[in-house]
Design a protein around this ligand. Sequence first.
Ligand SMILES: C[S@@+](CC[C@H](N)C(=O)[O-])C[C@H]1O[C@@H](n2cnc3c(N)ncnc32)[C@H](O)[C@@H]1O
Length: 242
Amino acid sequence: MVSDKPKFFGRRKGRIIRKAKSFLLENFLPRIRVSTDKKLDLKTCFPEAKDGYCLEIGFGDGEHLASLSQKMSQFGFIGVEVYQNGVANLLSLITGLKDGNTSNLENEIHLLADRADNVRVYDDDVRLLFSLLPDAAFDKVYLLFPDPWPKTKHAARRFINHDNLQNLARIIKKGGILQIATDHPVYKTWTLETMRTNKDFIWTAKTSNDWRYPPEDWCETKYQRKAIREGRKPVFFEYRRL
Ligand SMILES: C[S@@+](CC[C@H](N)C(=O)[O-])C[C@H]1O[C@@H](n2cnc3c(N)ncnc32)[C@H](O)[C@@H]1O
């Protein structure tokens, strides 16, 4: 049911994944992986989600997704990430299973049952998932520190583009939010310019404090910390679906 594979330019795998995380990829990911054999029914995926649904695209190490899904336990969260080491890290965060506290992994299996049940994962390119996501389904979509592809010759690789915005406009509810964060000057300008001419979304900022600081309940991501360490200032652009 998934569409033809678009070309993906990022990394799919990094350093060797250690024992506990490999165990989670093998034994836990299949339990929470989004099934792609038919159109997704979010009510079936998240029978307990009373307040709505969120999507995080390119969740990296998953800190933001893990933290938000705990704080907003009445929402169902779909996280999408191509990078296997990042997926493994998210699984570790939401189950509490870590390397170092696992003499016998089979004994730790109860942790998998205890974890919050409001996270599902798609461990591939989100562009393959779009056609399976229902219309006007999400209250909020997060795109945090997307790869900036700053060179002009790579501009076509930037995630904020016409096709992806069309898909996002279709799956976000009217009044729902597209939250974008970036620390890269080229991507800041690119996002503002691309979104300015987009008819489906409106920038919600009223004062500069609205984009200089993250929204309440924010959890710092790995790339956000890296940007701050290296002296770059992240910005937080919030767009409302019209
Ligand atoms: C610069 S990293 C930021 C990770 C994380 N959001 C953070 O702030 O730490 C961008 C992430 O987006 C993921 N990514 C890029 N394009 C993607 C796509 N089309 N589908 C799913 N994930 C994607 C990459 O694998 C990478 O982990």
